[in-house]
Design a protein around this ligand. Structure first.
Ligand code: FMN
Length: 359
């Protein structure tokens, strides 16, 4: 099909036309004044590319290795909740797209399809964990993910208390009939009731997730799984150092796509200090506001092993199910291929920080 939108902005506007307002706002929105949401994106435009020339780029590859496994691209799927709000098949469509692209999908704890079904579909699925106050349920989620074949656990550390998302409060965001938190059904936490004058999701999270989570719990998590454990939501270099010291196998620089702490720094600004603090002891990833191939080049140049995209996957899903995601992410990959080549790099690993400059 050749009439897909031209770029990710086009996918977002097509998705907006298709989705109910409550769902579009939930996907698109951020916390409070959405300053961080905008800054994540805008910060990329503040970095110029001081490209290199006369490098043979006739043979190029986007192939990327992570934890000894080979992926076809450094553009990976960040965990996002509730895919059945965008498309009937929900996370099953997303995982099929990840497989088609040869990339990796992080499956959210808040999946609307049971994790076993999604993970069984593809070898490169990581499971994103929210820690419930009920540690028995949490432990069971980790055990189920491991038994199902997930390749890593991603612990989200920036959401102990839910960020205030005014769009969701205004819309009294809730899950429609027939859609539930499918992973938590055995624990009785599958439903997210509508709350008068509030976001149903904020009420769900604030009553069930554990705000007491602390560094000691990383050892606990590592003790209940043999999978690599990554920490997602780090922006401070001291936290990056602590993450590695507590045994994290990877660090994801993220501010939850601007949905948690508004005025949190743009992730691409946080990345260089985190990379320096980690000192090569673990891979570092980044997400937030990546919408153009040149954004990916900048993240790789600062030392990210790969990048994650959140909303672009949802826009593709809303526009055309798995085929829509493949088309959306291919448009970004195409831009990345061109940008890398024009920077004088034939592979992601060849990009270095010296090509980044102020305007
Ligand atoms: C609709 C939506 C739902 C999300 N759900 C989760 C989630 O369940 N777990 C999580 O760790 N992060 C979640 N995130 C954050 C993403 O993993 C990621 O950090 C963010 O979307 C990256 O920014 P981008 O959307 O600008 O690419 C969500 C983001 C969005 C937009």
């Amino acid at each position: 099909m050749s009439d897909w939108p031209l770029n990710l902005a086009g996918f977002e506007s097509a998705a907006r036309d298709r989705l109910p307002q409550m769902v579009y706002d939930y996907y698109a929105g951020g916390a409070l004044d959405e300053i961080t949401l905008r800054a994540n994106r805008d910060a990329y435009d503040e970095i110029a590319l001081r490209y290199r020339v006369l490098v043979d780029v006739s043979r190029r590859s986007l192939a990327t290795g992570i934890f000894g496994r080979s992926l076809e691209t450094p553009i990976l799927f960040a965990p996002t909740a509730f895919h059945r709000l965008a498309c009937e098949e929900g996370e099953m469509a997303t995982v099929r797209a990840a497989k088609e692209l040869g990339t990796l999908m992080v499956l959210s704890s808040l999946s609307t399809v049971p994790m076993e079904q999604v993970i069984a579909e593809y070898e490169h699925v990581w499971f994103q964990l929210y820690v419930y106050r009920d540690r028995g349920l949490t432990r069971e989620l980790v055990a189920r993910a491991e038994a199902a074949g997930a390749a890593a656990i991603v612990l989200t550390v920036d959401a102990q208390i839910w960020g205030r998302r005014e769009r969701d409060v205004r819309n009294q965001f809730h899950l429609p009939q027939g859609i539930s938190v499918a992973n938590a059904l055995p624990g009785g936490y599958g439903d997210m009731p509508e709350r008068e004058g509030d976001s149903g999701l904020a009420a769900y999270v604030n009553s069930l997730f554990d705000p007491a989570l602390s560094w000691e719990d990383i050892a606990w998590l590592k003790s209940v799984t043999s999978l690599p454990v990554l920490l997602k939501g780090i922006v401070h270099p001291d936290d990056a150092r602590l993450a590695v010291e507590h045994g994290a196998d990877g660090v994801m620089v993220s501010n939850h796509g601007g949905r948690q702490l508004d005025t949190a720094c743009a992730t691409i600004r946080a990345l260089p200090d985190v990379v320096a603090a980690v000192e090569g002891r673990a891979p570092v990833f980044v997400d937030g506001g990546i919408r153009r191939g040149t954004d990916v080049v900048k993240a790789l140049a600062y030392g990210a092993s790969a990048v994650f995209v959140g909303r672009p996957v949802l826009w593709g899903l809303a526009v055309g199910g798995d085929a829509g995601i493949v088309a959306a992410i291919r448009s970004l990959q195409h831009e990345l291929d061109v940008a890398l080549a024009l920077c004088g790099a034939a592979t992601p690993a060849q990009v270095t920080a010296d090509i980044l400059a102020p305007w």
